[in-house]
Design a protein around this ligand. Sequence first.
Ligand SMILES: [Mg+2]
Length: 171
Amino acid sequence: MLKKFLPNEHVKSVFDINPEVLKSKGIKGIITDLDNTLVAWDVKDATPEVIEWFKQMKENDIKVTIISNNKQERVKVFSEPLETPFVFSARKPLSKAFKSVAKQMGMKKEEIVVIGDQLLTDVLGGNFAGFYTILVVPIVQTDGKITKINRKIERRILHYMRKKGKITWEE
Ligand SMILES: [Mg+2]
């Protein structure tokens, strides 16, 4: 069970995820989290860096969909200017949103990576649904209310896995 909390890969930031590398691995699509993955949870709009990242993905024919547990207003205001599909109130880690998005993207599981900053929602959900998962370091160390509780559990899992030698990345 604990294995399901382990990402396939761990990077510092989404900006370390390069479209050419993805393409060389046969990846055609990205399902990404929003809060603390693309921007800080309390930042409303995409930053120039995020806009550039989406542009690069588009130029490389990599489709991006945002899946967030956050409310419609938040996810819509952020995603629409980027002209990217989005799902709000996704109820991660449940598989439903992940699976229906993969279907909409018209891709196989093997062609999609799931990116996010939380083990309990993004990584667990992505793993459950059978995708390749990439964990990023949260953009800021503060969180919304629900996430604060998740982080406590997450720290325990990380501590345990580090002790067991299952995690090799640095904090
Ligand atoms: Mg997040």
